[in-house]
Ligand binder design. Structure first.
Ligand SMILES: C[S@@+](CC[C@H](N)C(=O)[O-])C[C@H]1O[C@@H](n2cnc3c(N)ncnc32)[C@H](O)[C@@H]1O
Length: 247
């Protein structure tokens, strides 16, 4: 799925990029850190880490995401790789990050064990997962629309994300100093066209696009109507949980 999304991923509204920047600010890596960004996508975490002077390696399973990474961030060593089986030696990195990815993976615990293996003693693992407030700012009405239309959505029968017990998985993988904090970002959405692109061209876009045409058109109209009613720039608000642990 992400292979086909790469060209548009996070381009209309810098949602993931905003969280990536907030995540790097929160973990505050040293400028001489060797940082491995797992499931890096278009570089939401890799870019701000690079800007801090970190030596960044990024991996993603989707070749098209990696192609964009190589073009956009040539200083990043980008590889097509399954994060369940990292082709790096033991104790190779100071920091391992994963933005919005762990709950999409087949076996988060396997990935955390791999993160533990490739980290040096004292190294940090940090990843974001959905959680916290459900306030989506000016896009809060979309949450109600998802609930209203969920009966029409075959994709909902097979959850795209898994629930995981991050604290328990971190400890099982061998991490200590397990902690969690909430991060909230606000992202401006210039117009309904951008909002629609944001809603349909990220990981959950498939849900909207698999609606029957009548419901999809109705969803789109409600987005257009909501933007027409606003007399200011719309703001998308989201809160996520940032988990971390030490090797
Ligand atoms: C929601 S995106 C997040 C991308 C990026 N971390 C960010 O914060 O913008 C999830 C990414 O995980 C990648 N991915 C999914 N399964 C993977 C796997 N098994 N190994 C490596 N990458 C994977 C997808 O290709 C996609 O780029």
């Amino acid at each position: 799925m992400y292979e086909d999304l790469a060209d548009d991923f996070d381009q209309a509204v810098p949602f993931y990029a905003s969280f990536g920047r907030a995540m790097v600010n929160a973990i505050d890596p040293r400028s001489d850190s060797a940082l491995l960004d797992l499931a890096a996508g278009r570089g939401a975490v890799s870019r701000p880490a690079l800007e801090r002077g970190c030596s960044v390696t990024a991996v993603d399973a989707a070749p098209s995401m990696v192609a964009h990474l190589r073009r956009d961030l040539p200083e990043v060593r980008a590889h097509v790789m399954d994060v369940h089986e990292l082709a790096f030696g033991d104790a190779s990195f100071d920091v391992v990050t994963a933005g919005f990815a762990l709950d999409l993976l087949d076996s988060p615990i396997t990935v955390l064990r791999e993160a533990h293996r490739v980290l040096r003693a004292g190294g940090l693992v940090a990843f974001t997962l959905p959680g916290g407030s459900h306030d989506s700012g000016d896009l809060s009405f979309c949450n109600r629309l998802y609930a209203k239309y969920s009966g029409y959505l075959p994709a909902f029968e097979q959850p795209l994300v898994h629930t995981l017990d991050a604290a328990s998985d971190l400890r099982s993988a061998g991490f200590t100093e397990v902690s969690v904090e909430e991060i909230t970002v606000e992202v401006k959405i210039p117009d309904s066209e951008s909002a629609w692109a944001f809603l349909t061209k990220n990981g959950t876009g498939e849900l909207i696009l698999s609606l029957p045409p009548a419901q999809r058109d109705e969803f789109r109209k409600k987005v257009d109507d909501a933007f027409a009613r606003l007399d200011r720039t719309a703001v998308l608000k989201r809160t996520v949980r940032l988990w971390s642990g030490r090797r």
